[in-house]
Design a protein around this ligand. Structure first.
Ligand SMILES: Cc1cc2nc3c(=O)[nH]c(=O)nc-3n(C[C@H](O)[C@H](O)[C@H](O)COP(=O)(O)O)c2cc1C
Length: 373
């Protein structure tokens, strides 16, 4: 396929005029400042290098102090964090790009070592332990059984999402993507495998998706529907997430409600995040249709190659395609895909390491040509 493919053409997503349909997927890189969890100049440089993406979705950023589950992830609730995100937004805008913040709470994926006062991590229902290990300041530790949020605390969390949207606005970021995917807090509420509550946030599908939709409504109230999107992963097993008993009914209902709200986009992880692309287990095509009828864009992700992405946009499957790992290693991924140039391989060892190594030092095509003399 030639460079004239639709993938490389502009698209309007909600209120955002994106220069092309090659988007950067959210990528946690654990390089925020210690203590304040604030982004800083190195993060701004990293994102600015990738500003030719049609839209950058930031790494997941916690909306609340209890939402942190990994060392070095940024927050988006304090004045220091707001200043850091302003650095990032300004750097991307100076290069002509667009960046939205992915709003996150890890829920049970955290560990007492990362919680204020060494408290238990919070989740939908008492006793939920996703299993596995995480790295804290005390090294590799086993996850524990988390504590269910009270009804009042869920409302406090919704207020935290709203507050983070105000930070987003003041920092000059272009909008938000609510992180409703990959086994984190919102998905712990959505799936009946991890939600056994009996209040308004548990039981029926409408109750289980109420928290997620409330975060969407809070974001719309602050930013307007055209700057709000969500990431969903109906069939992922990421973070040991157990399947919902009826993903079609649960996520199908979620899609209907999102369509009603006419938000900017839904960003779907098709299959098992980072492991395998699949359209089994959920009617993605049906969701696409429901969303399109409401003017909500469909962003596709998960193991897309250049050829798959060209095809997805050309055929009308997706409005845009988000790339994760390829964007780690290729700051100029858009240009490389457009020119069908070879890609730099990604170094897995530096995904979550510290500093510039494997973060801001991947060369562009231009830098490679210069080095070759
Ligand atoms: C290092 C790394 C960090 C990631 N961090 C996030 C994140 O913060 N939020 C999120 O929703 N997904 C995250 N993901 C998943 C990616 O956004 C993406 O869904 C996945 O890599 C599949 O897309 P790809 O095949 O284009 O890489 C991460 C993946 C990797 C490899």
């Amino acid at each position: 396929m030639t460079t004239s493919a639709k993938l490389f053409t502009p698209v309007r997503i909600g209120d955002l005029d994106c220069a092309n349909r090659v988007f950067m997927a959210p990528l946690t890189r654990c390089r925020a400042l210690p203590v304040t969890d604030a982004p800083h100049a190195l993060n701004a440089e990293h994102y600015a290098q990738r500003a030719s993406a049609g839209l950058i979705v930031s790494e997941a950023t916690q909306v609340h102090v209890t939402g942190k589950g990994y060392m070095g992830t940024p927050g988006i609730y304090s004045p220091e964090q707001e200043a850091g995100w302003k650095l990032v937004a300004d750097a991307v805008h100076a290069k002509g790009g667009k960046i939205i913040a992915q709003l996150w709470h890890v829920g049970a994926i955290s560990h007492p070592d990362m919680q204020p006062g060494g408290a238990l991590p919070v989740t939908a229902s008492d006793g939920f332990n996703p299993g596995g290990t995480t790295h804290t300041q005390n090294g590799k530790v086993e996850r524990v059984a988390a504590r269910g949020l009270s009804t009042a605390e869920v409302h406090e969390m919704i207020a935290a999402y709203r507050h983070s949207c105000e930070v987003v606005k003041r920092a000059g970021l272009d909008g938000v993507e609510i992180h409703g995917a990959n086994g984190y807090l919102l998905e712990q509420f959505t799936r009946d495998s991890s939600n056994h509550r009996t209040d308004e946030f548990g039981g029926s599908i409408d109750n289980r998706i109420r928290f997620t939709l409330a975060t969407i409504d809070a974001a719309i109230a602050v930013l307007g529907r055209g700057r709000v999107g969500i990431r969903l992963s109906p069939i992922t097993a990421a973070n040991n997430a157990k399947p919902d008993s009826n993903p079609q009914a649960t996520y199908g209902r979620m899609v209907e409600e999102l369509a009603k709200r006419r938000i900017a986009f839904v960003h779907f992880i098709e299959g098992n995040t980072g492991a395998s692309h699949s359209l089994e287990g959920f009617d993605f095509a049906g969701a696409r249709k429901t969303l399109a009828a409401a003017g909500v864009a469909y962003i596709a992700n998960n193991k897309y190659t250049r050829a798959m992405a060209i095809d997805a946009v050309e055929s009308g499957w997706a409005d845009a395609v988000a790339f994760g790992v390829p964007y780690i290693a290729n700051p100029d991924l858009f240009e490389r895909l457009q020119q069908d140039a070879p890609l730099n391989p990604a170094n897995v060892k530096t995904f979550y390491a510290a500093g510039a190594l494997g973060y801001t030092d991947y060369p562009t095509l231009g830098q490679l040509a210069q080095a070759a003399g």
